[in-house]
Design a protein around this ligand. Structure first.
Ligand SMILES: Cc1cc2nc3c(=O)[nH]c(=O)nc-3n(C[C@H](O)[C@H](O)[C@H](O)COP(=O)(O)O)c2cc1C
Length: 200
């Protein structure tokens, strides 16, 4: 039995569609498209403001106490969350910028990590509420960090996504792309082969 998949492709490269992570996301999107999946796209480098104190207050206040400006802040966050909730498959670009995720992606997470909506606190600890979703992560790096203490990115992502209930991750690493043109070509080719071989 196969049902139509709902894919959310999240890109976060400052280089837009030319980013190495964006290109890999698109490669996997094309595979899902060929299967008839519905594709939604979210480029977090566009129009995602930082969550400042005013926005945080709006996001954490009771709905009946909000003014119009606060309601629109909440509506924006709700719309981002609705995209995640609607997806059964998430393809996430996570280029490494200064040892971690792009700040724009961090801002996005600040909008979608909402108590009572995407996670909840219980007597047994926090529980993620985005469940039963597969997440493919494309992480591109200038250097080599995988499985070293200097990789502060994928442990952070596993932690953050897991906190939201997203525990079924498949991570594709593209490393050393800043070392030389040859190394970059080799790493990209290997990652493309990995994407093409994913059982989707
Ligand atoms: C602002 C910035 C910071 C970066 N910091 C790192 C870093 O800490 N470690 C690393 O290996 N590469 C770093 N790089 C290189 C990127 O990881 C590499 O260029 C990768 O291709 C970025 O993916 P993208 O093309 O999808 O944006 C950095 C690049 C930029 C633009």
């Amino acid at each position: 039995m196969s049902s139509t998949k709902n894919v959310l492709a999240i890109t976060s490269s400052i280089f837009g569609e030319h980013g190495e992570s964006s290109k890999l996301v698109e490669r996997l999107v094309k595979r899902f498209e060929a299967q008839g999946a519905k594709i939604a796209r979210r480029n977090v480098t566009q129009n995602i403001p930082h969550v400042d104190a005013a926005r945080f207050k709006a996001l954490t206040s009771p709905a009946d106490q909000l003014d119009d400006a606060q309601r629109s802040v909440v509506a924006f966050s709700n719309a981002l969350i609705a995209e995640l909730q609607a997806a059964d498959t998430i393809i996430l670009a996570a280029p490494m910028y200064n040892f971690s995720i792009p700040s724009q992606l961090k801002s996005y997470f600040d909008h979608v990590a909402r108590a009572g909506i995407t996670f909840k606190y219980t007597e047994q600890g926090p529980v993620g509420l985005l469940q039963n979703k597969k997440v493919y992560v494309m992480t591109t790096r200038g250097g080599f960090y995988k499985d070293t203490p200097n990789d502060l990115e994928t442990p952070y992502l596993k932690n953050l996504l897991g906190f939201l209930g997203l525990t079924n991750l498949e991570i594709i690493y593209v490393e050393g792309i800043g070392i030389s043109a040859e190394q970059k070509a080799q790493a990209v080719k290997a990652a493309e082969a990995e994407v093409d071989a994913l059982k989707i």
